[in-house]
Design a protein around this ligand. Sequence first.
Ligand SMILES: [Zn+2]
Length: 490
Amino acid sequence: MNRMRMIQVLTCLAGLIFAATLPLMAQLPPAVGPGLPVPANTPKPAETPSLANEAVGWLADLVRINTTNPPGNEQVAAKYVARILLKEGIPSEYLDLTPGRTALVARLRSSAVADPSRALLLVAHMDVVGVDASKWTVDPFSAVMKNGYLYGRGALDDKGMLAANLAAFIALKRSKARLNRDVIFLATADEEQGGDASIKILIAKYWNKFAAGYALNEGGEVFLKNGKVQYVAVQASEKVAVNVAVIARGASGHASRPTKDNAVVHLAEAVAKIGAYSAPVHFTTIVRRYFEGLAPLEDDEIGKWMRSLDAPDRGEHAQRVISDANPLWNSMMRDSIAPTMLSAGVRVNVIPAEARANLNIRLLPGDTIDALLVDLTKLVNDPQIHFELQPDAGLAAPPSSLESDFYATITRVVTQEFGGAPVLPFQSTGATDSAQLRLHNVQAYGLMPAPLAEEDFRRMHGDDERMPLASFAKGVDVLTKIVTEFASSK
Ligand SMILES: [Zn+2]
């Protein structure tokens, strides 16, 4: 059975089980915002969800505030959010980090005495990565809306989440619901660079302002394919980023008399060996459960190998097939190494004494860089090569529990809202602020609740980043339901 056929069969089954499986567009509130074509099924204005409309406006305004990091200048965005909150009667507090860089916190109280272990933290970062404006078809900072999309840097990462968090938080306040736990809204700075204004510093200086037992952050996705949600991946763990310099040393000299110990040649050989190397496979519980959940959604061939990843007889072959099928799957199973930078030489006619490469390594949580470097030293087997650990290594955090009440709430709501789509725990290959939260005993989960197709997801950090407006409206709705349900639960 090919992939398309498999999806059709699944759709059919899901339809029988869940009464009606509508195409996504039918599940979604109408597309909103000025300049959009009017879809055929647009409801009357009275039915238009006003919160989602308001949230689109906040998202557009936030995109227009340029928070490219560096320098970030998140303070301007923080002030904007503070004004929105104030209009709703919610006081907020600036958490100053460095000049121009400020986080913002606000809280809806459940009782006079806060119990941080029960509190829910909604977190999103205000900074964005830079743009190569010449490659964009629109101005990256003017929040152009066309063809049902809002274009702009940060539309997905992470101002979409920021605006959705803001909407869910404000909805809770407007509902006047009786809360059984505090809900805290936190807009952070410096996520993309992780420097002096990052969550690490924020926790060190202001932890008591936002201490919580549970958190919702970026890092997970609602995976949309052919107009239908295939699955929801909830991030509960992440890999650990480490940079290592590979340094080759040799004698310098006149380029007219080549030597065998040329540092450039030794570095190139070392990088080639490392580039072809695959670290051993280790499965974490989350990755096992991810593949178990994904196997029935893939075509027969891939599904079969996903189920065999652990098999004693064909496990190794299965791991090779799955690794080759998708770079994400490969990286979820092992420590990964990507050479990212090279530098050598001072003049075209001088053999340099030193040549350097940077390896961007993503360790599985639980693996150590020391063990990997022992393996790489053996692999390279060259006394002219040295490895030097860079000081910016991330920290390994314990995974968030898949048995917590909050994970159960997320699972229940998204299953309901996305036509019975399966929920898979996810170990992201990229780093988020959640690792720092997990190190402080927070059960943090990643879920950007707007359904995104691969084609849109890929634009994150890329050109023409855009948010599908119908998906955003659905995401705001789902997030509001998750937050409201958990906030009022015992
Ligand atoms: Zn982000």
